[in-house]
Write a protein of this length. Structure first.
Length: 395
C-alpha cells in the first residue's frame, strides 16, 4: 500500500468544516442503524414462512414434531435463564450472564451440530449447552463458585465455558486443525460475541483456519452491545464481511429466527466436514437483558430500542408459525407451561442444595510452593470473615 504524501500538505479544516463533517457522520451512522440489514430469514417476526432458494434444503425434512421440539428448547432455556437471574438476585449465585433474546441463535445452531462435532462456547451459551445435554445445574454450580464447570468436556464434546474474551476461537481452530490431520469428518464450532470480534485472538484464529483450511465454523452472536459499546463503534462494515479479507465465506442470518439459524449452521458445518474450510456466521440478534447481573443497560440504551426487538421475539415468532400452521394446539402449550414450572422448581431446589463455596479456595494454587504474602492475605481474610460471626453473636 502506498501513502499519498500530499496528505501532509492539505490545509487544516476550520471548526465549522469539522462540525459539518461530524454532523454528516452522525446522520450517516443514524441512517445506517435505522436500515434493516440484509440477512437470511426463513420466519418473519409475524411467524410467516418465507422461501429461500439457497437454504430451504437444509430444513426441508423438518417435521411438526421437530418444530415443537425447537419451541420447547427455547421455552425451557428461557425459563432456566430467568431462574438463574432470580437466584443471583437472592444471593445464591455470584453472577449470571443472561441469554434473554438469543434463544433462537443458540438453539438453532446447537441443534445443527452432530454428536461427533466439538463445541467451544464463551460463557453465555446456556442454550447450546442444553442442546449438548450438559446438566444445567453444572452451569449454575460454576457461577455459584462450587466447581470449575463441573462437566467433562469430552463426554458431550462441549468445552468448558471460557471467560477470557475470544480465546476459545484459538482453541477451536487448533482442535479443528488436529481433527483434519486425523482424517475425521467431524467439524468444530466456536461461539463468540460482537465484542470479541475485535480481539486479536479472533483475527489470529481467522488467519490460521483459512491458511490450514480448518473445519471450523465461527458463530458470532451479534447482540448489538459489547457491554455498553454498540457494534458501530467496533466496525465500519457488517461483521460477517470480515471473513472476505481472510479468504473464506461469511453470512449474516436473522438471529431471532430459529429455522434460519438451523439451516445456515447446517450448511456451514457441512462445508467444514466436506473439507471446504471455515465459515463465519453472524447471527444478528439482540441482548434483551443485561450483559450480566452486575450491569445496568438502562444507562446506555433506550426503552424504544428494546421494545423494537421485543416485537421480534424468537419464541413468539415460532409460536405464531406453529399456531398458523396447525402444528401445535393449546394443549401442547399448556403441557409445556406445566413442564416449565416443574423445571424451574428443580433448578431452584438443586442450587439451594449445593454447598456453600469455599471462601478460601482463592488462595490455593497461586504459587506452586506457597508464598508469604498469600499467607498474610489469607490470614487477613480469615479475620475479616470472623468479624461477621462476632457481629452476629453480638446481636
Amino acid at each position: 500500500m502506498t501513502v499519498d504524501s500530499s496528505a501532509a500538505r492539505k490545509p487544516r479544516r476550520s471548526a465549522a468544516d469539522k462540525a459539518g463533517t461530524t454532523g454528516a457522520k452522525r446522520t450517516t451512522r443514524a441512517a445506517a442503524k435505522s436500515t434493516e440489514p440484509e440477512l437470511v430469514q426463513l420466519l418473519t417476526p409475524e411467524g410467516k414462512r418465507v422461501k429461500n432458494a439457497e437454504y430451504d434444503a437444509y430444513v426441508a425434512g423438518i417435521t411438526p414434531e421437530d418444530l415443537r421440539g425447537l419451541y420447547r428448547d427455547m421455552v425451557l432455556t428461557r425459563r432456566f435463564d430467568a431462574e438463574a437471574i432470580a437466584l443471583q438476585r437472592q444471593g445464591e449465585l455470584g453472577l449470571w450472564p443472561s441469554l434473554l433474546g438469543q434463544e433462537a441463535a443458540q438453539i438453532g445452531s446447537g441443534r445443527a451440530t452432530r454428536e461427533d462435532d466439538y463445541v467451544f462456547p464463551t460463557y453465555r451459551e446456556h442454550g447450546v449447552a442444553w442442546c449438548r445435554d450438559v446438566d444445567p445445574t453444572k452451569l449454575l454450580g460454576m457461577f455459584r463458585g462450587v466447581n470449575n464447570g463441573g462437566w467433562d468436556p469430552n463426554s458431550n464434546n462441549f468445552h468448558l465455558y471460557t471467560i477470557v474474551i475470544g480465546s476459545q476461537t484459538l482453541h477451536a481452530t487448533g482442535y479443528a486443525m488436529g481433527i483434519a490431520k486425523d482424517g475425521a469428518d467431524s467439524a468444530v464450532i466456536a461461539y463468540f460475541g460482537d465484542g470479541a470480534s475485535s480481539q486479536g485472538d479472533v483475527a489470529e484464529s481467522f488467519t490460521f483456519s483459512a491458511v490450514y483450511n480448518a473445519p471450523v465454523v465461527f458463530f458470532c452472536q451479534n447482540n448489538q452491545w459489547a457491554i455498553s459499546e454498540p457494534t458501530e463503534r467496533q466496525t465500519r462494515v457488517p461483521l460477517y464481511q470480515r471473513a472476505q479479507g481472510f479468504g473464506f465465506p461469511g453470512v449474516r442470518v436473522d438471529g431471532n429466527d430459529v429455522l434460519a439459524c438451523l439451516a445456515v449452521t447446517r450448511w456451514a458445518l457441512e462445508r467444514a466436514r466436506a473439507g471446504e474450510g471455515p465459515t463465519l456466521v453472524e447471527a444478528f440478534t439482540y441482548r434483551m437483558g443485561a450483559h450480566t447481573t452486575s450491569d445496568d443497560p438502562t444507562r446506555y440504551r433506550g426503552d424504544e430500542e428494546r421494545a423494537a426487538w421485543e416485537a421480534k421475539d424468537p419464541i413468539l415468532r415460532l409460536r405464531r408459525y406453529l399456531e398458523a400452521s396447525n402444528h401445535a394446539d393449546e394443549g401442547f402449550f399448556e403441557e409445556l407451561e406445566t413442564e416449565s414450572e416443574a423445571f424451574g422448581k428443580r433448578v431452584r431446589e438443586a442450587v439451594r442444595a449445593m454447598p456453600e463455596p469455599d471462601h478460601f479456595a482463592i488462595f490455593e494454587n497461586v504459587y506452586a510452593d506457597g508464598h508469604a504474602l498469600v499467607d498474610e492475605e489469607r490470614a487477613q481474610f480469615a479475620a475479616y470473615q470472623a468479624s461477621f460471626a462476632g457481629a452476629e453473636g453480638g446481636h
